[in-house]
Design a protein around this ligand. Structure first.
Ligand SMILES: *Cc1c(COP(=O)(O)O)cnc(C)c1O
Length: 294
């Protein structure tokens, strides 16, 4: 993990001057192209568990463009651990660049049906006692505690609100845990239509923090890994204005939600808002060339 001082907090000058809201972006995307953004934090405890318990490495689940699969492959490769990726769906005739990268990094890939995937099926060749099993997206107490480390990457309590994209909600749970006892309010932005997201986050938190779980819906742009022309136009426009690239699955939806909420007056004048850039830029490789200007 790089020292927190190496992680950039980018102030967006004048963008929301009219609303009198200061906005900064925590550039976790700049940490590493492979172990991107929040994944680096979420995987930390699982990697430590594999080392401490003398396991062969990590086994985890994901889709054919999963940032989590790629991050797990790269993190294990660097840590001298083995990695198994259990992929949703049939082996594609032409594997995605993400799947190719994961294989190049030494991850062994297994393809399972969607039905098996929903049951987090483990191929019989994998002895669960020899590995650390990492639930999809790193969801679990280990992932939450790792994600809580994101708060140390910047002057956390100087912000009034922190916004992050919500997939499994592990990252949001970690940020809420890290903000306990402070005035910082964490807000999650759903990137998929998942009415169960808040409950999933609460399951990772003690009851005293359940009231702090705040997830906003309506910014999904059609659903998980879907996009609309308006989302793509926003991402290009945001890049022109800030120089900050985003991905269409998570952070593009986060920045668009933040922009909408700020313009709607959701934050009182004087608010200092931090947007967590959780990485994921590799996923833009699934878009046709020329879709994005960055
Ligand atoms: C995986 C991912 C997320 C979702 O994180 P959760 O902890 O599952 O909610 C957000 N942003 C990016 C870029 C991701 O790759």
């Amino acid at each position: 993990m790089p020292p927190p001082s190496d992680i950039e907090t980018a102030m967006l000058k004048n963008l929301y001057q009219q609303q009198q809201v200061d906005v900064s972006v925590l550039r976790l995307d700049e940490l590493d192209p492979l172990v991107s953004g929040n994944k680096r934090f979420k995987l930390e405890r699982y990697l430590a568990a594999a080392r401490d318990r003398g396991r062969r490495g990590l086994v985890t689940w994901g889709g054919p463009w999963s940032n989590h699969i790629l991050a797990t492959a790269a993190a294990c490769h660097r840590a001298g651990l083995l990695a198994q990726g259990i992929i949703r769906g049939e082996r594609p005739a032409v594997p995605s660049p993400m799947l190719r990268d994961a294989e190049v990094l030494g991850m062994e890939l297994h393809y399972i049906s969607r039905t098996e995937y929903r049951a987090q099926y483990l191929p019989p060749t994998i002895d669960p006692g020899a590995w650390i099993l990492v639930p999809e997206g790193g969801y679990g107490p280990e992932g939450r505690d790792g994600a809580a480390g994101i708060a140390a990457a910047t002057n956390w309590t100087s912000f009034t609100h922190v916004l992050t994209a919500v997939g499994t909600g592990t990252t949001l749970a970690g940020l809420i845990q890290a903000s306990a006892g402070s005035a910082v309010r964490c807000i999650g932005i759903n990137v998929l239509k998942n009415p169960g997201a808040a409950e999933a986050v609460r399951r990772l938190l003690p009851e005293t923090l359940h009231a702090a779980v705040d997830i906003r819906a309506g910014f999904e742009a059609g659903g998980y890994a879907r996009h609309t022309p308006a989302l793509i136009a926003f991402m290009n426009d945001w890049y022109r204005q800030t120089g900050i690239p985003s991905d269409f699955v998570y952070t593009g939806k986060l920045f668009r939600a933040a922009d909408t909420l700020i313009r709607q007056g959701a934050f009182p004048a004087g608010s200092r808002v931090l947007l967590v850039h959780s990485g994921g830029l590799q996923g833009n490789r699934s878009l046709p060339a020329g879709t994005l200007i960055f």
